[in-house]
Design a protein around this ligand. Structure first.
Ligand SMILES: Nc1ncnc2c1ncn2[C@@H]1O[C@H](COP(=O)(O)OP(=O)(O)OP(=O)(O)O)[C@@H](O)[C@H]1O
Ligand SMILES: [Mg+2]
Length: 600
């Protein structure tokens, strides 16, 4: 007797379901995507026990005739593609004809649907993959698909489901992803008979984004080149989140969680963003569907691009362009200038009281008056930047502006604590500055500038060349990068098999342990694989050098030294994060102090 047999259909569906249907959130994703594909403008989602007991998705899409309804529950039955060529021009979210039979094989499944013009609707009831009932039923045009007791016949799967609240959280995440890309569709979500979310239709994308990513300033991106179009909104690196949950990415309107795309986004933010943090926003990539393979993952959430390298470069240009423009800095500067303008306007008014009550304007006003830098003309000149690019103002941004020009120089220096933190006062409260992080930032920018501008300005000859011992791998790396490192102020030659002879170093490294700088640098370059030029990893290299050349913790700083550091910070482009992304300064406001002492 033959040992190989074909599996019964019900079992095949159940196996397929294992890949497609992982939890209630996957059911919701499949059903909502079917509704979107059916052209629905209104989708209602009913949930019980986080979707474990019930998921029902009701839409006003084109619905199905009786014949189509019967076909829809067959495996590999789809109205969306016909042949292999169609697979490479998929314009719909579904294309496999797998979702409904898979879901129906692991639940109690009821579909009621009616197509336009049909006399009556059709109801189909399936239990664990076995069709129990097919009958005529009254139904408006559209479909209602109900999935009860998911995994009732697949105990091991059931055990993997989490508490209803956790499952509900995932379901809502899926609905947000779907709703974000379809502002023209209204979504209502009911949990245990209560409305918990409502996104009204015909909103602009901007409004929908503001609903789903609230309380955040996001900046628009509109990019197009021969490879792709990219539009959307991304947040400032100063306002990141600890997970990627607020970063939504789409390819040809399909929500994806694609490692390649995410990696590029993170690379663009690079060291601007704190380690372990992620930007917020929504990115829509449009590319010729013939050049995008959507059939690479059972949940359709990953894609593969033809000419991936070019795609990556285009995404980099699109996001990099917005980041290079640093719109969040502009808007902060704008607000500070506006605050200054108001401050001066009010001062003209004899009844204007001075003091802490007007703290938002005060720090900059002080700077303006002492340095005579304020020019009301410049306010109007710059005012075209405006806040129009923002979706919403963050509440904390309305307070004193830590990022205004000359902020650090305007502080009152009180002293140093823990031989590391500089304590200052401004009209809003106490400012604490991490001296090492601050100095690292200043040096990082100087080193980078000298490399980019090829000034070689910082090189300093050593009286006696120093021999630095390195491993064979490091020597190899040293040989490869010797020429390029000259641009950073290093002059050295390979000396025997296991050492280099150092003749010059950048001046700011003179007092540091440059043997360690060398070993660290080469170790790091070695770990980067095979970089073609040092420029590709300039940030990494500069950060290492900056770290070695910076005032360390555990060093007493005089007021004069602190003031010099503040001036340097004000001159730097991004004084608020060290090159590794850690914050440089933090404020304890009077408000916070009042709360601490329970005065409010
Ligand atoms: N809500 C709906 N309204 C109208 N037609 C629907 C609806 N849901 C499913 N269908 C029809 O049933 C077919 C099968 O749906 P199913 O989700 O199983 O497969 P698919 O969407 O074609 O592909 P995929 O498995 O990738 O989701 C669809 O091709 C579509 O024609
Ligand atoms: Mg589908």
């Amino acid at each position: 007797m033959a040992k190989i047999r074909t599996l019964p259909d019900v079992l095949v569906s159940k196996i397929a379901a294992g890949e497609i249907v992982e939890r209630p959130a996957s059911v919701v994703k499949e059903l909502v995507e079917n509704s979107i594909d059916a052209g629905a403008t209104r989708i209602s989602i009913y949930l019980e026990a986080g979707g474990k007991r019930l998921v029902r998705v009701v839409d006003n899409g084109h619905g199905m005739s009786r014949d189509d309804a019967l076909m829809s529950i067959e495996r590999h039955a789809t109205s969306k593609i016909r042949d292999i060529d169609d697979l490479f021009s998929v314009g719909t979210l579904g294309f496999r004809g797998e979702a409904l039979p898979s879901i129906a094989s692991v639940s109690r499944f009821r579909m009621i649907t009616a197509a336009e013009g049909s006399k009556s609707g059709t109801e189909i009831y399936i239990e664990g993959g076995v069709v129990r009932k097919i009958k005529e039923a009254a139904s408006p045009v559209g479909s209602s698909v109900e999935v009860k007791n998911l995994f009732f016949n697949t105990q091991p799967r059931l055990k993997f489901l989490k508490r209803p609240e956790t499952e509900l959280g995932r379901v809502l995440g899926v609905i947000q992803r779907e709703a974000l890309s379809r502002p023209e569709v209204s979504f209502e979500v009911f949990s245990n008979n209560r409305t918990i979310h409502r996104y009204g239709a015909s909103e602009s994308l901007t409004q929908r984004v503001a609903q789903i990513i609230p309380g955040t300033e996001l900046y628009p991106i509109d990019f197009e080149d021969e490879t792709l179009e990219l539009h959307g909104f991304l947040g400032s690196p100063l306002d990141p989140r600890s997970s990627m949950r607020r970063l939504f990415t789409y390819v040809n309107a399909r929500p994806v969680r694609d490692r390649f795309i995410n990696r590029i986004i993170m690379e663009c933010y690079g060291r601007m963003i704190e380690k372990g943090k992620y930007p917020q926003g929504a990115i829509f990539i449009e590319r010729d569907p013939a050049l995008v393979d959507v059939n690479v993952h059972p949940t359709k959430s990953e894609v593969m691009f033809e000419n991936q390298y070019e795609v990556g470069q285009s995404i980099r240009r699109a996001i990099g362009g917005m980041l290079a423009d640093a719109p969040w800095m502009k808007s902060r500067r704008e607000r500070t200038q506006k605050a200054l303008e108001d401050f001066y306007e009010k001062q003209k008014d004899p009844g204007f009281p001075e003091g802490r009550g007007h703290s938002a304007a005060a720090p900059s006003a002080k700077k303006a008056s002492t340095q005579a830098a304020y020019n009301p003309e410049s306010v109007s000149q710059h005012s075209h930047h405006g806040d129009s690019s923002m979706l919403e103002k963050s509440p904390e941004a309305a307070g004193g502006d830590m990022f205004s020009d000359g902020f650090y120089s305007s502080l009152k220096f009180l002293g140093q604590v823990g031989k590391l933190y500089l304590v200052c006062e401004d009209p809003d409260g106490i400012i604490l500055i991490d001296q090492h992080a601050a100095h690292e930032r200043v040096n990082f920018e100087r080193i980078k500038k000298s490399y980019v501008e090829k000034t070689f300005s910082c090189s300093q000859k050593l009286l006696i060349p120093e021999v630095v011992e390195l491993t064979a791998r490091e020597i190899n790396t040293a040989g490869r990068f010797a020429d390029e490192m000259e641009k950073l102020g290093f002059d050295f030659e390979v000396f025997g098999e296991s050492a280099v002879r150092v003749k010059s170093v950048p001046g700011f490294l003179r007092d540091s342990d440059y043997t360690r700088v060398f070993t660290d640098l080469f170790d790091e370059l070695d770990g980067l694989g095979d970089p073609k030029s040092l420029g590709q990893h300039l940030d990494t290299v500069c950060a290492t050098m900056a770290c070695h050349s910076s005032i360390t913790a555990n060093r007493t700083l005089s007021e004069q030294e602190a003031r010099t550091l503040f001036a340097d910070m004000d001159a730097s482009e991004n004084p608020h994060a060290c090159p590794h992304g850690r914050p440089v300064a933090t404020r304890i406001s009077y408000n916070m102090l009042e709360k601490m002492f329970k005065r409010t």
